[in-house]
Design a protein around this ligand. Structure first.
Ligand code: KG4
Ligand code: ZN
Length: 327
């Protein structure tokens, strides 16, 4: 079995995965959404302190598995430096105490493998990762052959939902809150410009849209229906930006399997629009289970099983925190 730890942002999570079967024997996650909500976003130092409280509590429950552990895995990049260090320090301590190898897992590869929890991995596929930290398209052939073919030049898709929710004083995380508000709104009421619509580049940008929404919110006053219409129009344009760029991508590449992963892949409007886009291409759409879209340790454990089989271990000295990584 492998014990895996995730602490790259505001979720403290630990999993136990059986190497031979990919079976998820244990998974517990403690989210900090409530604590960060009043600030409208994640406060790194507060997040680190909450990890320091939560991770040992979860680890205690894993004690019955300790004797069967063959390795300990941990998210080492990318993420917030002060929160990553909480997980990495714990993993190093377990590695020394139980005398088992250490595996450093890339969080983005984790999101890709969230598709394959308790399943065999199937490649090749093109993956759209939409999370709070990233918006990128990757062509994945195997664990180690991952090519990023498009990415955001500034903010991410998920982050833009968080910022819009903050502008409206709704709380954090913004994704589910905006999705809920948008349900009763008019998607065509606010004619926001689709980012980069005249650019031939296959890349993403959310800073301009975010600022356009800010102006609309300022002008909307306290009127509730205006907020609903802004939320719906924003969700529509933020999604249209993705589908327009993907349409361009499909002109040159026709993947048989397309996947959406990351926290924002839970967005139902996005899922529906991507389904429509894939229809004429007869491409199959893969999605993670809803509970594994946002950050978790089950996905880190699933990658760790593959890395264990390839003996991709790191020494205590080599495993360092890397807040940024690009695939
Ligand atoms: O993958 P994740 O848990 O953390 C990162 O790796 O960043 O993603 C969190 C992000 C947040 O920005 C959150 O607002 C967004 O995912 N999100 C959503 C939805 N649910 C979560 N965005 C849009 N619609 C949703 N339903
Ligand atoms: Zn994530």
């Amino acid at each position: 079995m492998i014990l895996s730890i995730e602490s790259s942002c505001d979720d403290s999570a630990i999993s136990i995965t059986e190497i031979a079967t990919n079976k998820l024997l244990f998974h517990k996650k403690i989210s900090q959404e409530l604590e960060h909500s009043v600030y409208g976003g994640v406060v790194p130092e507060l997040a680190a302190r909450l990890h320091a409280e939560a991770l040992p509590k979860i680890l205690e429950q894993c004690e019955p598995y300790f004797k069967d552990l063959k390795a300990v895995a941990v998210t080492s990049t990318p993420g917030l430096a002060v929160t990553l260090v909480e997980g990495v320090t714990m993993a190093k301590a377990i590695s020394i105490a139980l005398d088992i190898p250490l595996i450093g897992v890339n969080h983005l590869v984790g999101h890709i493998y969230s598709l394959f929890i308790e399943k065999e991995a199937v490649f090749p596929l093109t993956v759209l990762l939409v999370s709070g930290g990233h918006t990128q398209v990757m062509e994945v052939k195997s664990l180690t052959e991952i090519k990023t073919v498009a990415k955001s030049m500034d903010d991410s898709f998920g982050e833009s939902f968080d910022k819009v929710a903050k502008m409206m004083g709704l709380g954090y995380p913004g994704g589910p809150l905006i999705q809920e508000l948008a349900k009763d709104g008019d998607r065509l009421k606010y004619n926001f410009t689709v980012p980069l619509h005249q650019s031939p580049l296959i890349a993403f940008s959310y800073s301009g849209l975010k600022n356009a929404v800010r102006l609309a919110v300022e002008e909307a006053g306290e009127e509730k229906q205006n907020y609903k219409d802004i939320a719906a129009s924003f969700e529509h344009i933020a999604t249209k930006h993705l589908t327009m760029k993907l349409k361009k991508y499909f002109k040159t590449v026709q993947p048989k399997t397309f996947a959406i992963v990351g926290g924002a892949s839970a967005n139902l409007y996005l899922r529906g629009e991507i389904e429509k886009l894939l229809e004429p291409h007869k491409a199959k759409l893969l999605l993670s289970e809803l509970q594994y879209c946002s950050d978790n340790a089950a996905m880190i454990g699933r990658v760790a099983v593959e890395m264990y089989k390839e003996q991709m271990f790191t020494s205590l000295d080599e495993l360092d925190i890397a807040p940024r990584s690009i695939l």
